[in-house]
Structures are given as structure tokens and as C-alpha cells.
Write a protein of this length. Structure first.
Length: 834
């Protein structure tokens, strides 16, 4: 064999070598090699699966008889798959449970279809133009939903045609945005279930859940029937059968927990007032008020054992005599640390950029957080509404009948409860507890203990307590009603923003609105106080102060944000901050109020602010008493003591300091509830126990004292643990969704009014007995259906507006006053030990 030449050899030498090699393997020249390569490529192309499919498709299209044979074969395969699906999707309506309704998952249905009917899914994917991952193949504009943000005709701001306006005045039209659809898998799944329901009406697994969803959403009966005609859901009667099956399960579950497991059961009921319209309006009345009572029971996740319920030995009613004033002393140290965190959150919420720089500058230092005192584990609470009772709880007689009716609905007698020495904890709002206490007092003379209902232990709910705190704050810091000119008063800003609902004695239905206003007012006052402490003249300057010195290359000294927050919190909780402004340090006498308080004493004389001292008038001498005395302001109405005093009490400063203090504790009250920290809630209630003693809310003041006596002397450790573990509930098992027992009761009443309203007619009794029992299960199933179908939703209520502009405006208005009044406080507290 010839020696292989190098690549640098001459052309003739290399060609001779190639020709010799080609002839050795059977080729004459290089052209023969190229022809052989083309033939090989053609053969491989013809044997490729794609070419075979195209050839087979041409054969089938050219021979319809052969195509019909294949169609029959495919139908037989699909029929076998449909039989498997039908066996799985058969679900008797009477067999539905609460777990089935609350754990339904579309992905699970899709997984069953992919496993049992792969050919059907493959065909549907091909028809819809989807690949194996249920995504569109190619880029077709039909696969997108266009959202054109263009003005509709007739929505212009004026009568002038925009096309005739100058270019700079014409509104820029936004380009239509394309949003990729993500529900292809769900559409294919629903289509497959429709085929199985069309083949066999008993294959109603999906249709039963959709029907229950419509029933839980209070859809009209005709709408329900229309969807049933489309095959999307079962009939209206079928959905009612599902509801009755779940209601029976709820009743059996209550019996199991109460009788079999002997679990701790808490009773709650609240009034349900609805307006019932008359069919024909009469002269004196157009609507009548329907007063009913809605009860429910819940089984808290308590840790008490042996037994798992309270007994008579756990309550020492004589222990109330041992209550002392020292038991109500608030824990000031915990208030300072918790409120400092709330101030930090206010600054972070309204100055996010500068505060984020502060966070980065802290390095590994931990951020300020609230230390939990007694935080409950994150578990959903088992809550069971009872049928609606056609009685008015405002009557003592009806309250006794309500208690007896709850016994009957639970299937227990007072004698059985008394035999086990069981104590039943009852909850409710203040009116419910007061009427129940009066009813128990009337029956205290009964010979039989079971007939006196002495085993009932009523305790106040804290949602209505929070409403009363809000009312308490609005009343205290409302300001002058005449003109609303008090700086930083609630009345001033309520008139400024047109808040007609924010007023003294506001309606309970407007609580959310008033609460939002009070929270915004607190944020504004906190920011204004911080601006005054730092000497900032504007929001922008304060933001610069927060971010100053946080950069590595900055030469400015780093500002101590936490030191400023601690100084503010210490000032508002320190009673001497206000006492210094009320007394003259030189004379030791009280400082006069800004302007003499004019009144009418005996004979119409002016009365000064001092203790009943009569104002000296220039024309007082020689003028008698009675009707003949002249009226008027007089020239020298001020006393000599007031004339000598040049400093006045700064009432706006005192109100602002007290409002910040009460507002921070009010926010801590709700934060402890929402986080499920009942230990911190207990500490917070000590503060309001002291404040409410000097208010006109005597019932809440008395009940707070009663609660303090229970937690210190009346209840045993087991009973205290029950209160800590049952005063707040978690309906969904989510973090931040804790509610008090009476707030959960308002949710039950809300769901009851949706299904048991006066317009239900002949179905009213059925709804009050059956649909009410499953109202909370329906609520959970609705939310589960939203979640599993990826439905875009925000909440069940209207979206809260962004109030940051209101906070900034109120902060600027309060800043001018705060800079002058807090600067002196900062100087006096600067030397205090941190």
C-alpha cells in the first residue's frame, strides 16, 4: 500500500493516493462516492416515521372504506377508555362529605384522565392545537386574550373632539397587551368530564362539585337549571341532596365530638336582624324587622386532658373577692417594645426605600420584631353552625328558650351535663352576655342545679370590644364639634376629607370605615412626631434623614432610627411628658388653659378656669345681682393669676401624645388577635381595663374587671388554658387569619343571611335547618374552587383603597404643630437612660 502523503505534499501526489484508495474499495472516482451518498440519504428519508405517516395518510384519504375501518377501531379503543372513566367518576349524591367538597382538585381529575384515557386526551389536545404539556403549538394570535386599554365611545372628558386638539394635548392610547391563556388544561379536563356525563348521567363527580359551587355561591335556581342543561352541573334538586348529606354528616360529627370523645365545646349565639318587606305597602309601615338568633358551636384545639372539658372544680367563684388593684397593673416594658415595632412598621410602610437602606446598613443585626407571648399553633378550628332559632335574644324569656333549644339541637339534656359536672363556656357580644347573665340570675333560685343552668360560664367576645375601643378613641379625640378647628383633631380631618361616617357614636356597620380612618390618622401622627423629633421640614427631608449615612462611602454620621423610635415611644408612654406641660416648674401651680373658659355663674358672672374663682370685672363694684346686672364680655375678665402667667397648656400637644399612645395600643390589640397571640392579647387588655374605668362605657369596664378576676383568681390553670386556646379561632388554617369568637359569629350570621333571608318563601324552613349547617363548609368549598381553578380574585369584599396620600396630607398638616411641641419633649428625654 502506498504511503499516505502529508497535507503539505504536492497536488499530484495527493490525487494519486486518493484514486488508489477509491479503487481499492470499489469506487471508480469521487463522483461515484457522491452518488452513493445521495442514494443513502433518500432511502433513510423514505423510511423515516414522518414519511411513513404521510404515506399512510395519503392511502387512507384515497380509500374511504379503509378510513372507516380505522375509525371503528379507534372508537372501540375510546369506548373502553370511557368505561374506565365512568367507573371512576360515578359518585352518588348522598355520599358526598365535607372533606370531598373542601379538598376537590382539578389537577387530580386531570391526572386520572391522563392515566385512564390517554387516547382521548391526545385527540382533544390535537383538536385544540396543544402539545403534550397542554401548551399551544406555534404562535397563533387566537391563543392570546387581548386587553385593549382604549376609551370607549362617549367616555371622553369633554365635548371637544380629541382629533382636533393639538398633538401635545391628545391622549396617548396604550397599545393592546397580549396575555397568554393558562387554562388550556382545565378546558380539556372539563370537556372530557362532559363526555363521560353525557354517556352516563351517574358519572357526576365533577358535576356534583360544580353544582354545589353554584349552590354555595347563591346562584339563582334558573341559572342552576340552565347550567344543568349544558351538562356542567347536576340539577338543583341534586345539589340540595348533596347539601342534606353534608348537613347530616355535620350533625353526626357534633354528636361524635361531644358525646363520644367528650371534647370541650363552646357555645355561641348572636342576634340576626333582617328587614322583611311587605307585599303591599301600608300607610304606617313599609317593612318589618325579623329578629332571629343564629347559634353555632366550636371545638377548640385545647391541650387539657383528664377530662377534656371543664368541670365545676375548675371555677372558684369566691375567688373574685381576692382581686386587687395590683392585678390590673399594665406591663409597661412589653408595651414599649411592642409599640416600637409598630412605629418601625409605619416608617417602613411609608418610607420603603430609605428604610430598606437602613436594613442593608444593619448587616447581620436582627430586625425589630414582636416577641410572641403565647402564640397558638396554626390549626383550623372545627366550627359547626346550628339551625336558626326563631327567637329574639334581646328578651330574657327568649334567651332561656334559646338555651333550651341549643340543648335539644345538640341532643343533650341539662341533667346529663350536671351529672358529669361539666361546665359549658358560652361566648357572645356584650348584649348577649348581659342578657344571659340576667336570665341566669332569674333562675338561680331553682331547686335543681340543672334547671338553673348554673353550669354555663359566659365570657365576652373581643371583636365588639375592639369596636368599643375605636368608639372610645373617636369620642376622646374628636375635637370641637362647632368649627372643627382643633389642630390634629379627628373632626378636622374628617371634615377635610368629607368623611361623614366618622363621627361620635358611629353606626356599627361603619366600623371598618372608621377603623381605617383611625389607622391612617395614627400613621400620620406618628410620622409627624418623627419629623418633629428629627427637625425635618417635609416628607422628602425626613426620607433623606432616614437614608443619610447608610452608604459605605458616605461621610455623614449614621442616624439612629431605632433611637429616635425609642425616644418617641418613651415620650408617649411617660406620664411626665404631659405633666410637665400642665404645671409651671417655677411656681408649682397648674398652667392655665389656652383662653378662659367662660361660663354662667350666679347672677351671670364670668367664671374663670381656676377652682370656682369668680372673675373680677371692672364694672363689678356697685352692681347688684339678678336681672338688673349688665351682660357682656367685660374688659378685665381674666384673673390676676392668669394675667401673670405667660405660658398656656398646649392642648393639641397633649391630645396628640395621648392619641399616639392609645392608637399604638389599639393597633397592638388587633395585631395580637390576627397573629393568634392570646398571651399578648391578655397583656393588652390590662391597658384597656385601666382606661375604661374612667369612661362612660361602664358595661365594658365591668366586664374587663370580671375577665381580670377570672384570669387571676376565679379560673384554675385548666380554665385559663381554655381561654387562651379558644378566645381566637382560625377558620381556614392560614397564618394571619385568626379571628375572635364573636367575629367568627358575625361571619356565620353573614353566611346565614345569604341562604335564610325573608325572601326564600316556602324554602325558608329548609334553608334554616339544612343550609345553615353547611354554610361554613360552603364557604370553604367556594374558596377551594377559586384556588384549584386559579381564578383571579382579591377577596370577598371590595378592595381597600390606597390611603398613603391621605396619610401624607394629614402628616403635613400635623407637622407644623408637632415640630414645636415635641422639640421640647425631645430635649427633656434626650438625657434619659435608654
Amino acid at each position: 500500500m502506498a504511503k499516505r502523503p502529508r497535507s503539505t505534499a504536492s497536488m499530484d501526489e495527493r490525487l494519486d493516493y486518493v484514486v488508489i484508495e477509491l479503487r481499492a474499495v470499489g469506487f471508480v472516482s469521487g463522483l461515484d462516492v457522491f452518488q452513493a451518498q445521495l442514494a443513502r440519504c433518500r432511502n433513510e428519508s423514505l423510511t423515516h416515521p414522518m414519511m411513513k405517516a404521510m404515506a399512510g395518510r395519503r392511502v387512507l384519504c384515497g380509500d374511504p372504506a379503509l378510513l372507516d375501518i380505522f375509525i371503528d377501531i379507534i372508537l372501540e379503543e375510546l369506548d373502553a377508555e370511557m368505561l374506565d372513566i365512568c367507573r371512576i367518576f360515578k359518585k352518588p349524591l348522598n355520599s358526598y362529605t365535607s372533606k370531598d367538597l373542601t379538598s376537590f382538585d382539578w389537577d387530580k381529575i386531570t391526572g386520572i384522565l391522563l392515566k385512564k384515557s390517554p387516547r382521548l386526551i391526545c385527540i382533544l389536545q390535537g383538536i385544540c392545537g396543544l402539545n403534550e404539556d397542554f401548551e399551544p403549538m406555534g404562535t397563533n394570535d387566537d391563543d392570546y386574550d387581548e386587553d385593549e386599554n382604549e376609551d370607549e365611545p362617549g367616555e371622553g372628558s369633554g365635548d371637544e373632539d380629541e382629533s382636533t386638539q393639538p398633538d401635545e394635548r391628545q391622549k396617548k392610547k396604550s397599545k393592546p397587551t397580549k396575555r397568554h391563556r393558562t387554562n388550556h388544561k382545565l378546558i380539556v379536563t372539563v370537556g372530557s368530564t362532559l363526555f363521560s356525563y353525557c354517556r352516563n348521567r351517574r358519572c357526576n363527580l365533577v358535576q356534583g362539585h360544580v353544582g354545589n359551587f353554584l349552590l354555595a355561591s347563591q346562584a339563582k335556581k334558573k341559572l342552576h337549571s340552565t347550567f344543568n342543561q349544558y351538562g356542567l352541573c347536576v340539577s338543583y334538586e341534586g345539589s340540595l341532596r348533596v347539601a342534606r348529606a353534608v348537613a347530616k354528616e355535620m350533625e353526626a360529627e357534633i354528636h361524635r365530638l361531644f358525646f363520644m370523645e367528650k371534647r370541650l365545646c363552646v357555645w355561641y349565639w348572636d342576634n340576626m336582624v333582617q328587614a322583611q318587606g311587605n307585599k303591599k305597602n301600608v300607610v304606617w309601615k313599609e317593612r318589618t324587622m325579623l329578629n332571629e338568633t343564629q347559634p353555632y358551636v366550636f371545638f377548640p384545639n385545647t391541650t387539657i386532658d383528664s377530662p377534656r372539658y371543664l368541670i365545676e372544680a375548675d371555677i372558684d367563684r369566691t375567688g373574685a373577692k381576692r382581686l386587687k388593684a395590683s392585678d390590673c397593673i399594665p406591663d409597661l416594658d412589653s408595651y414599649l417594645s411592642d409599640c416600637a415595632v409598630h412605629v418601625y412598621r409605619v416608617l417602613y410602610r411609608h418610607f420603603r426605600g430609605p428604610m430598606q437602606k437602613q436594613v442593608r446598613s444593619r448587616g447581620d443585626a436582627s430586625l425589630p420584631t414582636i416577641t410572641p407571648v403565647r402564640k397558638l399553633p396554626l390549626q383550623p378550628t372545627q366550627i359547626y353552625p346550628l339551625p336558626t332559632i326563631d327567637l329574639n335574644e334581646a328578651s330574657i324569656k327568649d334567651t332561656i328558650a334559646i338555651v333550651e333549644d341549643i340543648h335539644r339541637k345538640l341532643g343533650v339534656t341539662p341533667e346529663e351535663i350536671a351529672a358529669d359536672e361539666m361546665v359549658i363556656s358560652t361566648r357572645g357580644d356584650m348584649m348577649t352576655m348581659n342578657i344571659l347573665t340576667s336570665a341566669l340570675f332569674q333562675r338561680s333560685d331553682c331547686v335543681d342545679y340543672s334547671s338553673s343552668f348554673g353550669y354555663l360560664d359566659p365570657t365576652m367576645g373581643h371583636f365588639h370590644m375592639g369596636m368599643k375601643i375605636c368608639e372610645f378613641m373617636v369620642h376622646n379625640y374628636y375635637g370641637r364639634k362647632q368649627d372643627g378647628k382643633d389642630p390634629a383633631s379627628i373632626n378636622r380631618f374628617a371634615k377635610m376629607f368629607g368623611e361623614t361616617k366618622v363621627k361620635i357614636g358611629f353606626n356599627a356597620k361603619e366600623f371598618r370605615h372608621v377603623d381605617g380612618f383611625v389607622q391612617d390618622k395614627l400613621d400620620a401622627d406618628v410620622i409627624a412626631a418623627c419629623m418633629a423629633l428629627t427637625g425635618s421640614v417635609s416628607f422628602e427631608a425626613f426620607g433623606k434623614w432616614l437614608s443619610d449615612g447608610t452608604e459605605e462611602a458616605s461621610t455623614t454620621k449614621k442616624n439612629d432610627v431605632m433611637g429616635m423610635i425609642d425616644m418617641l415611644v418613651d415620650s408617649v408612654f411617660n406620664p411626665t411628658s404631659i405633666q410637665r406641660t400642665r404645671y409651671n416648674e417655677k411656681t408649682g401651680k397648674p398652667v392655665a388653659t389656652p383662653g378662659p373658659k367662660r361660663g354662667r355663674g350666679r347672677g351671670g358672672r364670668g367664671i374663670s378656669v381656676t377652682e370656682g374663682q369668680r372673675a373680677a370685672n371692672n364694672d363689678d363694684r356697685g352692681r347688684g345681682r339678678g336681672r338688673g346686672r349688665g351682660r357682656g364680655r367685660g374688659r378685665g375678665s381674666a384673673t390676676a393669676a392668669e394675667a401673670e402667667t405667660t405660658d398656656k397648656r398646649n392642648i393639641p400637644f397633649e391630645n396628640s401624645m395621648l392619641f399616639i399612645r392609645d392608637g399604638l395600643m389599639y393597633r397592638d390589640f388587633w395585631d395580637s388577635i390576627r397573629t393568634g397571640d392570646t398571651g399578648r392579647l391578655d397583656n393588652n387588655l390590662k391597658y384597656w381595663t385601666v382606661l375604661f374605668q374612667a369612661s362612660s362605657h361602664t358595661r365594658y369596664a365591668k366586664e374587663l374587671i370580671h375577665l381580670r378576676a377570672c384570669l387571676t383568681h376565679i379560673w384554675s390553670e385548666r380554665a385559663k388554658k381554655v381561654w387562651y386556646e379558644s378566645t381566637v379561632l382560625n377558620l381556614f388554617g392560614h397564618d394571619g387569619s385568626w379571628k375572635t369568637d364573636d367575629e367568627a359569629g358575625e361571619d356565620v350570621v353573614l353566611e346565614t343571611k345569604k341562604v335564610a333571608n325573608p325572601s326564600t318563601g316556602v324554602a325558608g324552613k329548609h334553608n334554616r335547618d339544612v343550609m345553615v349547617r353547611v354554610s361554613m363548609i360552603n364557604r370553604l368549598s367556594r374558596k377551594n374552587m377559586y384556588k384549584t381553578s386559579n381564578t383571579p380574585t382579591t377577596s370577598d369584599h371590595s378592595t381597600l383603597a390606597n390611603s398613603q396620600k391621605h396619610v401624607q396630607h394629614m402628616g403635613r398638616e400635623s407637622d407644623a404643630r408637632a415640630k414645636t411641641i415635641l422639640s421640647s419633649t425631645s430635649r427633656k428625654t434626650a438625657g434619659r437612660k435608654e
